[in-house]
Write a new protein. Structure first.
Length: 82
């Protein structure tokens, strides 16, 4: 971290941002996007290839654990590989 000038505070802020803004979209390769900022190239390319972005949408299970911050997700695209 020292070599790249990363402070513990900056690392903590980055982790907190990821916790506060979980991914809304994920592809089978593990690329993710939380919906903030410009649409990433992988999702943009899929959209222009005729795949609706909702195909990559990460869904929350109805049985979420409360209080511990843990959420289980179900990814529709993983069903294609079973």
């Amino acid at each position: 971290m020292e070599e790249f000038g990363i402070t513990p505070e900056a690392l903590a802020e980055s982790i907190q941002f990821d916790v506060d803004h979980p991914p809304l979209y994920r592809d089978a390769k593990g690329n993710e996007w939380n919906g903030i900022g410009k649409m990433p190239d992988w999702l943009h390319a899929a959209k222009h290839a005729g795949v609706h972005p909702d195909f990559f949408r990460v869904e929350r299970n109805s049985t979420e654990r409360s209080g511990d911050g843990f959420h289980q997700t179900t990814d529709r695209q993983f069903d294609l590989f079973r």
